[in-house]
Design a protein around this ligand. Sequence first.
Ligand code: BTN
Length: 253
Amino acid sequence: MDREKILATLRTAQLGRQFYLLEETTSTFDALKQHPPVHGLTVAARRQTSGVGRRGKNWESPSGGIYFSTLLLPDLSPADAPFITLLCALSVHRALDKRLPCGIKWPNDVVCGGKKVCGILTLANCADNVLKSVSVGMGINANTLSFPDELEGRATSVRLETGKTVDPNKLLCDILYELELCLQGDRAALLEEYKCHCVTLGAQVTAHFPDKEVKGTCTDITPDGCLVLQTKDGQTLTVGSGEVSVRGIYGYV
Ligand code: BTN
């Protein structure tokens, strides 16, 4: 990644206009907090020593990946936060799919051939029933050539899948551009586009609640970003990404 090239390539009005590139940081989420909060503030890093993943897991950040966090100050309510999560995945899908056919595993993993190519973590900051900010963190396996043993068979990269080196500056700019468009787009149309690419729809999954497991088929995604599960005994459950982890499709990718 190269800051000057990124600034010259950006096609956004706001996202990434305040841009910092670090050689190494603990997590780009930590680095984001070091700067005055403006909409679109973005911090990327070549390496993270304590990258954060969903559900408290750590995020391995081998070299060749694109790691960044962007601050959104949306004029929305807390109830909109899950939808922003879906939009993040959709923006990566739009940017990546031109280079590599991929799908979205609900809520926001981008996968290729059953392996994860991008992970996204969105952290919403709400107070007094107002969505103050959303910090979006994305880890894209762009030119990564090898992964730690525990990710063997579960992670892949654009480079490994296509045999070609991706321009990380262009890919990062494309993602920010698509995210900016998605944030301004028509919600119904965006949800339909998301559903078209969502590999979880129609799949058999197990939803893991803190106290129980429920098996079912994913039949829909609600306008607020929840997954609808139809169980064998005819029950319909609506589950939010904060409440459950969904497994069954591609295991734990
Ligand atoms: C996941 O578990 O799938 C989400 C992974 C999110 C990783 C990205 S890398 C950039 C940003 N900084 C972090 O510490 N995490 C996110």
